[in-house]
Design a protein around this ligand. Structure first.
Ligand code: ZN
Length: 311
């Protein structure tokens, strides 16, 4: 499927392919999930390592072929799947070592870290050294949907590119090109929250959408209900194995999307929480804290949730 949305970012990245231009060496792709941050990082990387330096790569040169087989000696990708919990200092050390060697097949070395928020603070500090003086012929792309978990000193050394939700008209044009049947297309768009990635996921497996939307609705229901209903909904979530983790992840995502769209006055945000900005900030802080406590300690989850929603 063709890439959808983020026209300004795509145009900016295409300009970086100009051999006359000095490449910007440290980038931060940030914004909500399902907007194509990782996909675009991969497309951009292949364009850079391709011998012909064409957008998306020619697909035929030895460098492109190695890349497509996930076997390129000059590209290192630390992806979300590799790191369930945290990215540790050892990986930061190995990554800087990787960048310090001369490229073998391409004209530069590329390091992509997807889910950069999973870098521990120690690992982020270790990365600072590379970001302060990136080796020549190297590019670092950090990808994150939770930039509040990145150190300010790290963020300030990266050129930030913010991914935004995509207007429905643009999504329709994209789906039309893929020859998706109109009824299915309409349904996917209505479910997709202006996120091409979510729409794609939905078209492949319609049930995945429901799970994530149910979790988001749970938060809305909890916030809008009285005491007894709040406790009942929380109880149901806590009782079901793995459900609190999943809900918490969706709630944080929803909270962050709401904050971003308020700050940047994004008209395309369709999934909104009906509480004041101050309450959103407070809720987001508490949920972030709860998530990190639950990751680190064996706590009484019920008490933790009651403190946030019932206190
Ligand atoms: Zn190529």
């Amino acid at each position: 499927m063709e890439f959808c949305g983020q026209k300004n970012i795509v145009a900016f990245l295409k300009r970086q392919l100009d051999p006359e231009k000095r490449l910007i060496q440290s980038l931060l792709f940030f914004g909500p999930e399902h907007l194509g941050k990782a996909t675009l990082a991969y497309i951009f990387s292949q364009s850079l390592i391709c011998e012909k330096k064409v957008w998306s790569g020619c697909g035929k040169c030895p460098s492109c072929r190695a890349y497509l087989k996930n076997f390129h000696p000059d590209v290192k990708i630390l992806s979300n799947e590799d790191q369930e919990k945290s990215l540790i200092i050892e990986q930061a050390r190995l990554s800087s070592e990787f960048l310090s060697y001369k490229p073998q097949l391409a004209s530069l070395k590329i390091l992509i870290i997807d889910g950069a928020e999973n870098l521990t603070f120690e690992a982020q500090s270790a990365f600072l050294k590379i970001l302060e003086e990136p080796p020549q012929q190297s590019l670092i792309i950090l990808i994150s949907s939770q930039i509040d978990r990145l150190l300010l000193t790290v963020r300030s050394r990266l050129l930030p590119l913010r991914f935004q939700s995509v207007a429905n008209e643009e999504i329709s044009v994209w789906l039309n090109k893929e020859k998706i049947n109109p009824a299915e297309m309409e349904k996917a768009i209505s479910y997709g929250l202006n996120k091409p990635g979510l729409i794609k996921k939905y078209l492949i497996d319609p049930s995945c959408y429901k799970k994530s939307q149910d979790a988001r609705n749970n938060l809305d229901r909890i916030l809008q209900s009285g005491f007894a209903d709040k406790s009942r909904i929380l109880e149901q979530i806590i009782k079901k194995e793995g459900s609190l983790d999943f809900n918490l992840k969706e709630w944080l995502q929803l909270g962050r999307e709401n904050m971003l769209s308020e700050i940047f006055k994004n008209q395309n945000q369709t999934d909104t929480l009906n509480i004041s900005l101050n309450d959103k900030i407070k809720l987001l802080k508490e949920l972030t804290r709860a998530q990190s406590l639950l990751e680190q300690y064996n706590l009484n989850t019920r008490l933790l949730m009651e403190n946030i929603f019932l206190a």
